[in-house]
Write a protein that binds this ligand. Structure first.
Ligand code: G6P
Length: 614
């Protein structure tokens, strides 16, 4: 979703870093972009619909190289439309105070209509349909000489969520930033300070970062960062070092980030697993949970909350927890959970799954669960993210930055982390050492197993070619492969714009089978888990309706391979790992179908990487 960049320097022009920062945030999803630059002559604003490249060419036309040196302070934004169409007028930065003030915002101002009516009565002229513009006018209205105080006073009147950055010609050399509910990180370099919605826009300049907390407001000048609460009490926030570098967020020779991230999975999973298996105890070490065996043994129910791909990983988790730890487990879509007045309490363990750690509904589910006294933990990839911090305990995925909007390596890392958690929980209960030991051995083979699946990339691409023109597809699986079927359907919807539905294999005949014909391929998940034979029966039902069936089958399973139209092979592994090896095939299948259909794979239309609005 919306991305914010701010830059100030003792000696360098801001334009380059601002535009590069926006490029790094493109993956979040957006539909327009803009920049505001400050110089001794005042503030200049440039906005454009479409891609950052178009904004860049607008800037090249408007500001010759020779002129750029005078702008060493600026703010920039990519907008994902919420209030108002993606037009130039609605793009950020928004201005107030007759062009002296410019502001960018990520989040939603819920009381904007009332605020706007009040401001209009007092003569403010609005140029856009956005909720953001009211904040710009409010700040201008409260500016009595101190910029930070003006922004703080404005934000006290605002209901909703925000990450903001503002500059004003009345306060040259200053940028004020603040956050509540939307992420904001400050990178502190030698001569430069970069602010951004996430560290990917910062690491090219510095790896020293400060994660602002909700309610923080900061005054930034080339000399340093001064952080306060909205009530103007100074606060200190630790400077942390980002543990990856720029290479991790570049394509490294791959055509798309999605393909790169699919191929990174053996390494990503090795990182998720590293140091967490305990062969001597047949269990796992998950120190971030900070839970004693006694506390683990006291858990009566697990609730897993998440959205999108993370929800699907949570649905696999249900099977893992129930199978290995005998604990009833309920995966819940985070928005539904938070508004359902959920029945959770001290006996329940609520696990929040989120790659970004910023998804608004998942965060709200965390807060509601904490309020109700449940044990809460996060399962996040982004270190220092809001969910990771607010949950207070959890397991980091260590999968490395995920740039492609369609989540791939985060899913397999989440399932792996859930599997290790289930193993640990199981070993405080009835899971024997022998079973634990078997799993420890199999989990340590995971990077190698996923590597084998990737060797089948060309074969998967060939099958994708056969079906790339289909308008509809079905994905079917049983048990822990059912959520994988949902994930396979989601991937192909997201990146290839093919209508697809995931079903429990047995459910197909209760309605959807009416849609089957030679034009509707069915992808059947046939890894060796209990129920496979029944799914093979469902395959026959599909083929009897002339639907071609692509089967994901275990190597050496001749019967399954013979039952389907096209077989895609996965290596032999235990049931608990089958969701992981199977999903990698589906990720590649979706990727190739999308490529053949000419889709914009890394930034699919209308989608956002990190959904910070409800
Ligand atoms: C968005 C993304 C999905 C992602 C979901 C949850 O919809 O497009 O790929 O699965 O948000 O994101 P999270 O960061 O919480 O895992």
């Amino acid at each position: 979703m919306c991305g914010i960049v701010g830059f100030t320097s003792r000696n360098r022009p801001a334009i380059g870093p601002l535009v590069n920062g926006l490029r790094r945030l493109e993956y979040r999803g957006y539909d327009s972009a803009g920049v505001a630059l400050e110089s001794a002559d005042g503030i200049k604003v440039y906005k454009q619909t479409g891609k950052v490249a178009e904004l860049d060419s607008l800037l090249s036309r408007a500001l010759p190289e020779g002129e750029r040196g005078k702008y060493t302070l600026g703010i920039a934004h990519t907008r994902w439309a919420t209030h108002g169409l993606p037009t130039v007028a609605n793009a950020h930065p928004h201005i107030a105070d007759e062009g002296r003030l410019a502001l960018v915002h990520n989040g939603i101002i819920e009381n904007y209509a009332a605020l706007r009516a009040g401001l209009e009565k007092r003569g403010a002229k609005f140029l856009s349909q956005t909720d953001t513009e009211v904040v710009a006018h409010l700040v201008a209205a409260f500016d009595k000489g101190d910029f930070l105080t003006a922004v703080a006073e404005a934000l006290k009147r605002v209901e909703g969520t925000y990450g903001i950055a503002a500059i004003s010609a009345r306060h040259p050399g200053e940028m004020v930033v603040a956050r509540k509910g939307s992420p904001l990180v400050i990178g502190v370099g030698e001569d430069d300070i970069v602010v951004a919605s996430d560290v990917s826009a910062i690491v090219a300049y510095t790896r020293q970062v400060i994660y602002l907390k909700d309610g923080d407001i900061a005054r930034i000048t080339p000399k340093g960062v001064d952080i306060h609460t909205l009530d103007n009490s100074p606060v200190t926030r630790e400077v942390q070092e980002v543990d990856w570098d720029i290479g991790a967020i570049e394509k490294g020779g791959y055509e798309h980030f999605m393909l790169k991230e699919i191929f990174e999975q053996p390494d990503a999973l090795a990182n998720t697993i590293r140091g967490r298996l305990d062969p001597a105890g047949g269990t796992a070490f998950l120190s971030g949970l900070s839970l004693s065996p006694r506390e683990l043994a006291a858990v009566r129910r697990v609730v897993i909350v998440g959205c999108g791909t993370s929800l699907h990983a949570g649905m696999v988790g249900k099977y893992l927890f129930e199978k290995l730890a005998d604990i009833p487990t309920a995966p819940e879509q985070a928005a539904e959970f938070r508004y359902s007045n959920p029945i959770v309490g001290p006996d329940d363990w609520v696990m929040a799954l989120s790659q970004s750690g910023e998804t608004a509904d998942t965060l709200a589910a965390v807060r509601e669960s904490i309020r109700k006294g449940a044990l809460v933990s996060g399962l996040c990839n982004v270190v220092g993210s809001t969910i990771a911090r607010e949950a207070g305990r959890g397991v980091y995925l260590h999968a490395g930055p995920e740039i492609s909007v369609a989540s791939t390596k985060a899913f397999t890392a989440q399932v792996t982390a859930l599997l290790m958690t289930a193993l640990k929980l199981g070993r405080t209960r009835r899971l024997s050492f022998e079973d634990g030991d078997r799993l420890v051995k199999e989990i340590s083979r995971l990077p190698e197993l996923v590597g084998k699946v990737l060797e089948g990339n060309d074969a998967i691409a060939k099958v994708a070619e056969k079906y790339a023109k289909a308008d509809d597809m079905f994905f079917i699986g049983r048990g822990m492969l059912h959520p994988v079927a949902l994930e396979g359907a989601l991937k192909i919807k997201e990146v290839a714009y093919v209508h697809a539905e995931g079903y429990q294999a047995a459910e197909l005949k209760h309605g959807p089978i009416a849609l089957l014909s030679e034009k509707t391929p069915v992808v059947a998940l046939l890894a060796d888990i209990p129920g496979k034979e029944k799914t093979l029966g469902n395959v026959q039902e599909c083929r009897a309706r002339l639907a071609p069936v692509v089967g994901v089958v275990t190597e050496g399973d001749e019967a399954a391979a013979a039952a389907v139209t096209d077989a895609l092979v996965i290596p032999k592994t235990c049931a608990e790992l089958s969701p992981i090896v199977t999903v990698v095939v589906l990720q590649l299948f979706a990727y190739h179908v999308a490529r053949l259909r000419g889709c914009e794979i890394d930034q699919p239309r209308n989608l956002a990487k990190s959904v910070t609005v409800e």
